[in-house]
Design a protein around this ligand. Structure first.
Ligand code: ADP
Length: 447
């Protein structure tokens, strides 16, 4: 097992990883930017090193500074968390070259799944259904031809995109040329790579994903699904496990497909295979995330398994000693962000003057905030994840309401707590009638 792990991240996920390391008897090193001197991960780690200025390029994306921090502290492994360098194969390679274990898959697997057009091809070869679509498109002419072949409406997507960015819906041929050019320019600006591909646009699907962990001995274990259909601008807002839509048969099919893909590419580590599922329960692979995800705790609450622990253990070469866990009860995660939901979710970073976290049976809060903490403006707006568990979905909803009503974050900032409270009152949410469009088109206008 590792002696000392450097956590190449910040915020709640850095705190989350430090906690498991402590329980495994592993020493921890936090890195931080000058804007994060007072962040909780800095206090909780055994050692902490300032690695640069507030901008991500100066610190959390600054590979030489991170490697130096690992070297001077004698860390033997690096956990990348999510975002930042977590899906950067070059970083994984450099860690290995410097004698540190990157806690994640091989750079080859990251390259393969990081190119979403290539990932689609691989999925087809592995026997996993994909949305009808194209390969990489080199120019607007090629893209127009692909759109014609697939049939409108189509979605043009950045091959190296993520976080719901670099995506455009094209509904008819007359807007195609402009939208393709926009998508290419956007992809170039956001991801440094203008490559795009197109996919048939699936009307009002659900986003359902399978969590898996694979060890270096050929074992792939799946941990059931997460329902992530409640989205705003293609970004997840609330997640739950299990999905209210998935029955045992569909769960088995999705898990089998995810496992096939992981086995086909010889995957190692924690990963998530994402699918779109239509009303008739047809499912289509869209992408694989080669890292731990924000929403992993809902899976932990219904399986009783610490996913970060398994992720670290398989990275250290251990064998996975478990079968697919049975799912018990229902879990829901609310992403509490510092955004003003009444003003189009405008970010409102500020200082937290008063904080009261909810607690009690079946309530978990993953956060890096505390009373007196100032939220820096440089990073994402996630303040805390509230995750509730209940024996049934109804109980989880009741518990969610109770916990949200106890949750107090005051100061010169707004949070999305009031939004989540209203969401839990909405009939479509209560009935589990979810799809990737319903939040924007129906729920938000009504609350
Ligand atoms: P990203 O990597 O940016 O998160 P994804 O490919 O995972 O992009 O898609 C994000 C979201 O966009 C999905 O959850 C879904 O809401 C929507 N989406 C993606 N592909 C399609 C499609 N072919 N048809 C309809 N919606 C889609």
């Amino acid at each position: 097992m590792f002696r000392k792990v450097l956590i190449a991240n910040r915020g709640e996920i850095a705190v989350r990883i430090i906690r498991t390391c402590k329980e495994l008897g592993i020493k921890t090193v936090a890195i931080y930017s000058t804007a994060d001197r007072d962040s909780l991960h800095v206090y909780l780690a055994d050692e902490a090193i300032c690695i640069g200025g507030p901008l991500p390029q100066e610190s959390y994306l600054n590979i030489p500074a991170i490697i130096s921090a690992a070297e001077v502290t004698g860390a033997d492994a690096i956990h990348p968390g999510y975002g930042f360098l977590s899906e950067n194969p070059g970083f994984a390679e450099i860690c290995t070259a410097c004698g540190m274990k990157f806690i994640g898959p091989s750079p080859e697997a990251m390259v393969l799944m990081g190119d979403k057009a290539k990932a689609r091809e691989v999925a087809v070869k592995a026997g996993v259904p994909v949305v009808p679509g194209s390969g990489i498109l080199r120019n607007v002419q090629e893209a127009l031809k692909a759109c014609e072949e697939i049939g409108y409406p189509v979605l043009v997507k950045a091959a190296h995109g993520g976080g719901g960015r670099g995506m455009r819906l094209i509904e008819s041929p007359d807007e195609a040329e402009t939208l393709i050019a926009t998508a290419m320019a956007e992809a170039e600006a956001a991801f440094g790579n203008g490559e795009v591909y197109v996919e048939k646009y699936i009307e009002n699907p659900r986003h359902i994903e399978i969590q898996l962990i694979a060890d270096g001995h050929g074992n792939v274990v799946t941990f059931g699904e997460r329902e992530c259909s409640l989205q705003r601008r293609h970004q997840k807002v609330v997640e739950e496990a299990p999905s209210p839509f998935v029955d045992e048969t569909l769960r088995e099919k999705l898990s089998e497909a995810a496992k096939k893909l992981a086995e086909y590419i010889g995957y190692e580590g924690a990963g998530t295979v994402e699918f779109l599922v239509d009303k008739d329960r047809n499912f289509y692979f869209i992408e694989m995330n080669t890292r731990i995800q924000v929403e992993h705790p809902v899976t932990e609450l219904v399986t009783g398994k610490d996913l970060i622990r398994y992720q670290i253990e398989v990275a250290a070469g251990e064998k996975l000693d478990l079968n697919q866990p049975t799912l018990k009860g229902h879990a829901i995660e609310f992403r509490i962000t510092c955004e003003d939901f009444e003003k189009d979710f405008r970010p409102t970073p500020g200082k937290i003057e008063k904080l009261l976290l909810p607690g009690g049976f079946g309530v978990r809060v993953d956060t890096h905030i505390y009373e007196g903490y100032s939220v820096p403006q440089y990073y994402d707006s996630l303040l805390a994840k509230l995750i509730v568990w209940g024996e049934t979905r109804e109980e989880a909803i009741r518990r969610g309401k109770r916990a949200l009503s106890e949750f107090i974050i005051e100061g010169n900032l707004k949070t999305t707590i009031p939004f989540h409270i209203k969401l839990l009152e909405h009939e479509n949410f209560i009935r589990g009638e979810l799809d990737t469009k319903i939040l924007e088109t129906k729920i938000l206008p009504q609350i």
